[in-house]
Design a protein around this ligand. Structure first.
Ligand code: GLA
Length: 535
């Protein structure tokens, strides 16, 4: 039924501008973990060939990376030939003398999967930035079905990354273009084909209905600055990962010359933030320490975990962050935790276990060093050198009921990072707010809300709810608790960056509750967080 609704919308060719969470195909999707594999771009750019791709596929097997879980061999930009007289896409006959089917067949013969690349508009990125003449007019625009048939029926690929240099150049609407292309791909019968949206910014929650991952940043470089920037971009997007769809932090730069501590941050954070893991180096010559890191079973396990969650920021101390996510069992006693120091100098972090909803004795295991660190109670302190990370599992005796819900953990149905709308709801830095972040531009229309979908109560009952908000003007706020609305007027903390607290009594049911905040017909206050205390 849900599928029928989405396809009906797509078939009518209607471009949906609303941001409500309408029914989606993703609800029915079987769970898929983040994609693991290799991609040609980071090391080779457009200089690829049949021989090179086959060698990399062989190396994935020979190095043990296939056994560690890496599966896809993805051909990025550089394979396009020109379109023939019927508009059909051909391949670059110099680089791929035997065509693309031979290459995908070879990859499949090794028990691996094959990925390809294209563009949502007309001209490819390579045609603009790498002097690839054959990339002119090589994108899907005007050829959605014809190209989908070539890539998925004739050439038999299993994955496609769809870029947007040409789409951006033409000013095409992202959602309409990607939905149309994915509909054409599904029409080929390849409902299992994995899709990556490459628009270099979080595109909006519609992406999760059609894609397995979506890029959230501009291109990665094998440098600390780039790794740190991408982690920063993904820090407050945890609400959009899950159900088999993931924020893509871009291909890995492991094995491309960064020092070990930086590679550990890179791989560890990609793992705990559930990014796809696409190796970007030459797999025939990976330095030993990088290969060992790429094959780290304990880190891969938290990336491929059955819950498919992205860690969120539970605590921030300046440039140091503590991120946490459930693994194995939802609301269980075992969680994955990252202590991340993004600065260049050492720092000490102390995290009270209560902040991580863990109680009793807590056993901590370092997943990078494969070593038990010890058993702690109450809190844990850790010294982190500059540019470093500790990624661990914490096994506690108790799971505590949460008391704090930060706005930066909330799902914002109207949020995207595409830059089209200057007044779009967003996660915004605010040093005086808890965690240093608030949500701004709430309200102005009914669906523009801050939504916490999993407010958990062990037994249900009455709670005192304390909402921290900021506003320098009198503002209205509507709070919905499982559909029961509470309205407030004249909320004014006196400063857009200094929070004040509003209190109300709410009733929660046992298990998960949905709480949202908004303002139907005018801008509401910015939201910092809310806290719950059982009455
Ligand atoms: C864009 C993408 C890269 C790569 C190139 C290919 O820049 O973001 O990942 O695919 O295009 O031209």
């Amino acid at each position: 039924m849900k599928k029928i609704i989405l396809y009906a919308i797509l078939c009518c060719g209607v471009f949906i501008t609303s941001c409500t969470s309408e029914k989606t195909v993703s609800d029915d999707k079987a769970f898929l973990p983040p994609l693991m594999g290799w991609s040609s771009w980071n090391t080779y750019f457009v200089d690829i060939s049949e021989e090179l791709i086959k060698k990399q596929a062989d190396a994935m097997v020979a190095t043990g990376l296939k056994d560690a879980g890496y599966q896809y061999i993805n051909i990025d930009d550089g394979f396009f030939g020109f379109r023939d007289k019927d508009g059909k896409m051909t391949y670059n006959a110099e680089r791929f003398p035997n065509g693309m089917r031979v290459v995908s067949d070879y990859i499949h013969s090794l028990g691996l999967k094959a990925g390809i690349y294209s563009e949502g508009g007309d001209n490819t990125c390579g045609s603009m930035y790498n002097a690839e003449k054959s990339g002119v007019g090589a994108g899907f625009y005007g050829h959605d079905q014809q190209d989908a048939d070539v890539y998925f029926k004739d050439w038999n690929f299993d994955f496609i990354k769809i870029d947007y240099c040409g789409g951006k150049e033409l000013g095409l609407p992202e959602r309409e273009r990607y939905e149309s292309i994915v509909k054409a791909i599904r029409n080929t019968g390849r409902t299992d084909a994995s899709i990556n949206i490459c628009r270099w910014a979080y595109p909006g929650h519609w992406a999760a209905n059609i894609a397995r991952s979506w890029r959230i940043s501009s291109d990665i470089q094998p440098r600390w600055r780039s790794v740190k920037y991408i982690i920063g971009k993904n820090m407050y997007l945890s609400a959009y990962a899950g159900n088999g769809g993931y924020n893509d932090m871009d291909m890995l730069e492991i094995g491309r010359g960064m020092p070990l501590n930086e590679e550990e941050v890179h791989f560890g954070m990609w793992c705990i933030m559930s990014s796809p893991l696409l190796i970007g180096c030459d797999m025939t010559s990976i330095p030993d320490y990088s290969l060992e890191l790429l094959k780290n079973k304990e880190l891969i396990a938290i990336n491929q975990d059955v819950l498919g969650l992205q860690a969120y920021v539970a605590q921030r101390n300046g440039d140091a962050y503590v991120l946490v996510k459930d693994i194995e069992t939802k609301r269980g006693t075992k969680r994955a935790v990252a202590f991340y120091n993004s600065s260049d100098s050492a720092c000490d972090i102390t995290v009270p276990f209560k902040t991580l909803e863990l109680g009793g004795k807590v056993q901590v295991r370092d997943l990078i060093k494969h070593k038990d660190i010890g058993t702690f109670e109450g809190e844990m302190s850790h010294t982190l050198p500059g540019r470093s990370v500790l990624i661990c599992t914490m096994q506690a005796e108790l799971r505590l009921e949460p008391e704090v819900y930060e706005a930066e953990w909330a799902f914002l149905p109207c949020f995207d990072d595409l830059g089209h709308n200057p007044r779009i709801i967003r996660y915004s830095q605010a040093p005086d707010c808890s965690g240093g972040v608030k949500v701004a531009y709430v309200g102005a229309k009914k669906e523009n809300r801050v939504v916490w979908r999993e407010v958990y109560s062990e037994k249900g009952g009455e709670y005192e709810m304390a909402v921290s908000y900021c506003s320098a003007k009198d503002k209205k706020l509507q709070i919905s608790v499982n559909g029961t609305e509470y309205s407030f007027e004249k909320l004014n903390s006196g400063d857009w960056n200094k929070p004040a607290v509003l209190k109300l009594t709410v009733n929660l049911k046992p298990g998960y509750n949905e709480i949202s905040m908004g303002c139907d017909y005018s801008w509401g206050p910015d939201i910092d967080k809310f806290e719950l205390r059982k009455k």
